[in-house]
Write a protein that binds this ligand. Structure first.
Ligand SMILES: [Zn+2]
Length: 100
């Protein structure tokens, strides 16, 4: 797993622009800093880097709407809820809205 993270960091490079070798990625809607009552919905990367939700063999890849850092990788739809993904690179808040 750590090797995968290292690969992603390499692909993202120093300038924050991803190298497009992994198919289409969707930018997430950026929102202002959430009010306190929504703070519990904010999720941060658990293992360093910028990826907050890492799935396996899913088809959803999402990136920060500001800097393009990868926030969700190969996730399935059921892994994503109505939550806010914090970007550790540019401190933006990226809000997910569950698709139905
Ligand atoms: Zn960002």
């Amino acid at each position: 797993m750590t090797s995968h993270l290292a690969v992603t960091e390499t692909l993202l490079g120093g300038c924050g622009r991803p190298v497009d070798t992994m198919g289409m990625r969707i930018k997430v809607n950026v929102v202002p800093e959430p009010p306190p009552r929504r703070r519990r919905d904010i999720r941060y990367p658990e293992r360093g880097g910028t990826v907050v939700v890492e799935g396996s063999f899913g088809d959803i890849d999402l990136e920060c709407g500001v800097c393009g850092s990868q926030l969700v990788r190969t996730a399935h739809e059921w892994q994503l809820g109505n939550e806010i993904l914090a970007c550790t690179r540019c401190s933006a808040y990226n809000e997910l809205s569950r698709r139905r």
